[in-house]
Ligand binder design. Structure first.
Ligand SMILES: [Ca+2]
Ligand SMILES: [Ca+2]
Length: 149
């Protein structure tokens, strides 16, 4: 009889633990949904890069845009060779220049320009810049890389 009770308690504990897991999994799903369906496209800018540290590198616009994104949840990193650079609207290694009317949002109709911020990211010989852009921890679909020349 006591064994039966112990088994019952064990089963209860296991099911409580499992439901915790399921909740956690559901939470992850919600997080994924709180990403964005937007798709961006990066294109080389008209100007040529130099050995200087304030070049305009490339532009980003939306191919498909359904929502404005809060910059606070956007992470943009550039990868050149083994080096990784952080871009920010307030200026990190690279500065994200916006042409929209609301600086807190990456707006659906917005045209962005990525500019070196006192860091020489691409030299005069040009090169491939790999892009990693995420929103609320989820990768945003779009160009994997852009050739800056
Ligand atoms: Ca904006
Ligand atoms: Ca440069």
């Amino acid at each position: 009889m006591r064994k039966g009770v112990t088994t019952l308690i064990c089963l209860l504990l296991v099911s409580i633990m499992l439901s915790g897991c399921v909740e956690r999994l559901t939470g992850m799903d919600e997080e994924r949904e709180s990403g964005t369906q937007n798709v961006y496209r990066a294109t080389d800018s008209a100007s040529s890069p130099s050995e200087g540290a304030n070049d305009t590198l490339f532009a980003i616009r939306w191919n498909e845009a359904y929502d404005d994104l809060y910059w606070g949840y956007v992470v943009m990193k550039l990868e050149v060779g083994d080096s990784v650079f952080d871009c920010a609207i307030t200026g990190g290694d690279c500065f994200i220049s916006q042409d929209g009317d609301d600086d807190t949002l990456w707006q659906t109709n917005e045209f962005l320009t990525i500019i070196e911020n006192d860091v020489n990211i691409v030299g005069e010989s040009g090169g491939i810049v790999n892009l990693h852009i995420s929103y609320r921890g989820n990768q945003i679909a779009g160009s994997d890389s852009v050739y800056v020349q």
